[in-house]
Design a protein around this ligand. Structure first.
Ligand code: NAD
Ligand code: MLT
Length: 308
């Protein structure tokens, strides 16, 4: 059987696949190229770069499984795959700690203007008074989406002595109590929080969950972070809130369109940004690659998938 790996995958994952199947690694394929290649393959392994569209799925004659080495399957037309009996699996746990740590790094960088101060110093300026920061100690962090990553962020922020408010319609009061988190509506959270971070999937309900109406309710010293998916925070509304100093800053890892060179956010001075690096650690990339490779081996050998 043949496996196509169409995004960079760690060596450990490739080795597992190569022990069982013929593996081709062909990255950077266009949709047309993928449509042309896919009929040869029994499995397709991707990260976030490859778009597995309906057209790709329809061209797939032998495909049994699409393995996403990561959490979000929003780059796969899952409906088209399901119609054709193709299993879509992901690696839901392998990168959660890396994404949570990146969120904390972004929050601390926001609080202390690390990125802007670095840029200033490297352009040979010594602007100590320009970069007055804030402590996170004793401050309130609002977490929208208290799943795997949101919960890990909350736990780490509690270690920094922050008070946690959260919104997640699927988390019980009992679980929230266990975690020492106070559940509230989005509207209440945005009024009270000093820092806000979003950790939901991108769905009909979560698209623009933070929009102009929510920015209007925020404190002027509020800072917001998105290490989940572009579109959960409305980019135009965020750019407007930053450009009019309605809020103090934002740290964004994910964008509606990536790369986001046409995004209204790109020129905002109080925005710091990373190019979708939440899962980019050695550890996370090994974890997700191994997890997805094991799923592909199991399914192609007639077994079941754990994360389908
Ligand atoms: P998860 O499924 O464990 O948690 C998501 C949580 O969102 C769940 O608890 C769910 O109940 C909640 N939720 C769903 N709809 C909601 C709504 N309308 N309002 C509020 N909460 C809602 O997922 P996760 O592993 O924690 O991942 C969270 C996000 O992070 C996903 O979008 C994922 O794609 C993204 N992610 C990004 C990176 C990165 O590189 N930046 C890395 C990993 C994951
Ligand atoms: C994910 O959903 O796992 C992340 O976006 C990370 C990635 O695959 O780059």
């Amino acid at each position: 059987m043949k496996v196509l790996v169409s995004d960079p995958l760690s060596e450990q994952g490739l080795t597992i696949l190569q022990q069982h199947f013929t593996v081709d690694v062909l990255t950077g394929l266009s949709e047309e190229e993928l449509v042309e290649k896919i009929p040869e393959y029994d499995a397709l392994v991707i990260r976030s770069g490859t778009q597995v569209t309906r057209k790709v799925i329809e061209a797939a004659d032998k495909l049994k499984i699409v393995g996403r080495a990561g959490v979000g399957v929003d780059n796969v037309d899952v409906e088209a795959a399901t119609e054709k009996g193709i299993i879509v699996v992901n690696a839901p746990e392998g990168n959660m700690l890396s994404a949570a740590e990146h969120t904390i790094a972004m929050m601390m960088a926001l609080a202390r203007n690390v990125a802007q101060a670095n840029e200033s110093l490297k352009s040979k300026k010594w602007e100590r008074s320009k970069f007055m920061g804030v402590e996170v100690n004793g401050k309130t962090l609002g977490v929208i989406g208290l799943g795997r990553i949101g919960a890990e962020v909350a736990k780490r922020a509690q270690g920094l002595n922050m008070n946690i408010l959260a919104y997640d319609p699927f988390v019980s009061d009992e679980r929230a109590k266990e975690m020492g988190v106070t559940m509230m509506s989005v509207q209440e959270i945005v009024k009270l929080a000093d820092f806000i971070t979003v950790h939901t999937p991108l769905t009909k309900e979560t698209r623009n969950i933070i929009d102009a109406e929510e920015f209007a309710l925020m404190k002027s010293n509020a800072r917001i972070i998105n290490c989940a998916r572009g579109g959960i925070i409305n980019e135009e509304a965020l750019a407007d809130a930053l450009n009019t100093n309605k809020i103090a800053g934002a740290a964004i890892d994910v964008f509606v369109n990536e790369p986001p060179f046409d995004s209204p956010l790109i020129d905002c001075k109080t925005l710091i940004a990373t190019p979708h690096l939440g899962a980019s650690t050695e550890e996370a990339q090994i974890n997700v690659a191994v997890s997805v490779a094991e799923e592909v081996v199991s399914v192609l050998n007639g077994g079941t998938a754990k994360s389908a």
